[in-house]
Ligand binder design. Structure first.
Ligand SMILES: [Zn+2]
Length: 333
């Protein structure tokens, strides 16, 4: 399995001006009570390894996160079903704010730091496995700029959007040559992408099953998501701003990804944690919120210089201990 260490990729949190991000969190927290009433939530076992052995971790916005005792995945349970999650992203003020304010404010940064590197990643690996790749599908797309960059590659003859999360789909998609698929069908794609999606689906297993049905044999699925194995999430735990429902209801561990992909008929060909800001996020959280952390980490952050912190971040990337993960997985026959 390959692994990349340095990579220009970023998490949502790292793209957003903090005031806008805080407003998004406030809106989400307020609306969750109306969209996800307790009687509509369902209990689940671990969404990565299926184990029923779990313990309470912490609450966020009044909802309960559990930790799997087997693979250490963190997940929301009880949780809203897929219909409720979709409804939230189509109708909530928070989702509206995301597209009308945050997306517009960050589109330049997003293109440079997120969409271009992601499109290049897709192109490089796809070309390695297919001499003449023809079909690409983007699953539950949330970013328009990614689609533009995929078009710019001039690599795929046919391009599809499967069940996009974007509201008010405009003619831009047609201009870039994308067709919308609302139901799963046999399109035999060479490559499929789902960036920032696995965090927010009701069942990661069903999601992968669906993705598998869109791919041809040996087709590649490209994913980015958060992982609870990462440094800042492990250190900050309930104090992190990166974990909240419904955007992050599955925060799967590195071990959990192995179970999940293997069981779903995929072979992982790349799993990297190329995040760059774990150390920075912990530093900022301590400075702004007076959070207690372990003596060693406190000593490392306060008594060593930028060089040491940079090397430490590289260590986290190298040993799959950063909270931002990217996975390329091949559909097994
Ligand atoms: Zn588990």
């Amino acid at each position: 399995m390959r692994q990349v260490v340095m990579f220009d990729d970023v998490r949502e949190l790292e793209l957003w001006p903090s005031k806008l991000f805080d407003k998004y969190l406030d809106l989400t927290k307020k609306e969750i009570k109306h969209f996800f009433t307790k009687d509509k939530l369902v209990d689940i076992s671990c969404p990565a390894c299926d184990s029923i052995d779990k313990k309470q971790a912490f609450q966020k916005f009044g909802l309960q996160y559990m930790e799997c005792k087997n693979c250490k995945t963190l997940f929301l349970s009880p949780r809203p079903n897929n219909d409720l999650i979709h409804k939230f992203y189509k109708e909530s003020e928070a989702a509206d704010f995301w597209y009308s304010e945050l997306y517009k404010t960050t589109i330049k940064k997003r293109t440079i730091h997120q969409s271009i590197p992601r499109a290049m990643w897709i192109a490089n690996i796809t070309e390695e496995f297919f001499q003449k790749p023809e079909i690409f599908v983007s699953i539950n797309t949330i970013s328009q700029s990614l689609l533009e960059e995929i078009s710019r590659l001039n690599l795929f003859k046919r391009k599809y959007l499967f069940d996009p999360y974007i509201k008010n789909i405009n003619t831009m998609f047609e201009k870039e040559g994308f067709k919308i698929l609302s139901k799963s069908s046999e399109i035999n794609a060479n490559a499929a992408s789902a960036f920032g999606v696995l965090d927010r689906v009701f069942s990661p297993k069903d999601f992968l099953k669906n993705a598998r049905s869109l791919l041809k044999d040996n087709g590649i699925l490209f994913i980015t998501t958060s992982t609870i194995s990462g440094f800042d999430l492990q250190v900050l735990w309930d104090k992190t701003k990166s974990i909240f429902p419904p955007d992050h209801i599955n925060v799967i561990s590195i071990e959990g990804f192995s179970y999940l992909f293997e069981k779903s008929g995929f072979e992982i060909i790349e799993l990297s944690t190329p995040g760059q800001l774990d150390v920075e996020l912990v530093k900022n959280a301590i400075k702004n919120n007076n959070i207690n952390i372990s003596r060693f980490i406190s000593y490392l952050l306060n008594n060593r210089d930028e060089n040491a912190h940079k090397s430490f971040q590289e260590f986290l990337q190298r040993f799959k201990l950063s909270s931002h993960v990217r996975i390329a997985a091949r559909k097994k026959e």
